[in-house]
Ligand binder design. Structure first.
Ligand code: T3D
Length: 262
């Protein structure tokens, strides 16, 4: 991988966006590599939690605007719709449908599609130096890579429009108050706090957590009756897992459960 660092440790896979000189701005190479690593992760049962973070002082500054400009300078016709369909959308879909917890560890600024990447993760833990900016409106674009889907679900349509239209920088504290991040921690504790949270999730009943994610994501498309039926179907699956049996045994024997993710 040229633009990513990938590290596995005790069921936790940490993917670090690694173009620190460009604030980890996203290139074609990076979206291709993200697609590859996420596809591999979906197939690898040993990975029970995924962490996405950035190298250096930024999480991710979104699309590499310089590469867009150099393509335009070279006379290339930029096909934004195709770029989203082929490059970004598969990454967002993968993050949303991976049946393990996905944590964004937001170590610095998250802008444009870089913020969309963080929004597509299930949980966001931010450094107190993290900042968030939609940025799209500043270059005449609309929020993409799932931002128009995810932002209004977290903060409501009116606040989402304000954030998208104004592209003001939000501090980590503002993001916390708006419900855009789950936790804010001091910068020097971010890596440890992220790993502690990831390790705890990776040691949990992975199939149950994955099915919970599937159910929560589907809830927006169902009415109550539909969601109750969907819960019944997924509980039918969770109830057949080894981790369910182990959890019940552990409760009865008054000992800690040892979940294997099966
Ligand atoms: O077809 C398609 O691909 C469409 C998809 C679009 C998706 C998008 O993400 S569109 C939005 C793209 N992102 C932006 O417009 C954000 C641009 N960056 C900024 O607004 C600011 O850099 C930040 C708010 C993120 C951070 O500001 P600051 O003051 O902390 O850093 P800086 O000085 O602006 O940037 C530091 C360096 O990173 C600088 O390089 P230099 O000049 O010192 O060599 C800067 O140019 C570079 N950089 C920052 N963002 C990008 C970038 N280089 C390329 N692309 C970037 N997005």
């Amino acid at each position: 991988m040229e633009t990513l660092l990938v590290q596995d440790d005790a069921g936790v896979r940490t993917v670090t966006l690694n173009r620190p000189d460009a604030l980890n701005a996203v290139t074609e190479q990076m979206t291709a590599e993200l697609q590859t690593v996420l596809k591999q992760t979906a197939r690898d049962r040993s990975v029970r939690c995924l962490v996405l973070t950035g190298a250096g002082r930024a999480f991710c500054a979104g699309q590499d605007v310089k590469s867009l400009q150099s393509q335009a300078d070279a006379g290339a016709r930029l096909d934004f719709a195709a770029a989203l369909r082929q490059r970004y959308n598969p990454v967002i879909q993968r993050l949303r449908t991976l049946e393990i917890p996905v944590i964004a560890s937001v170590n610095g600024v998250a802008a444009g599609a870089g913020w969309s990447l963080a929004l597509a993760c299930d949980l966001r833990i931010a450094s107190d130096r993290a900042k968030f900016v939609a940025a799209f409106s500043k270059i005449g674009l609309i929020p993409d890579s799932g931002m128009t889907f995810l932002l209004p679900r977290l903060v409501g349509v009116s606040r989402a429009l304000e954030i998208a239209w104004l592209s003001d920088l939000l501090s980590a504290e503002q993001a916390l108050n708006l419900g855009l991040v789950n936790r804010v921690v001091p910068q020097d504790q971010l890596a440890d706090e992220t790993q502690a949270l990831a390790a705890r999730l990776a040691a949990s009943a992975t199939r149950g957590l994955g099915l919970t994610k599937r159910a929560m994501n589907a809830a927006f498309d169902h009415d109550l009756a539909g969601q109750l039926e969907y819960e019944a179907q997924l509980q039918g699956v969770a109830g057949g897992t080894r981790d369910h049996a182990e959890g019940v045994q552990a409760f009865l024997l008054k000992r800690p459960a040892k979940f294997t993710g099966e």
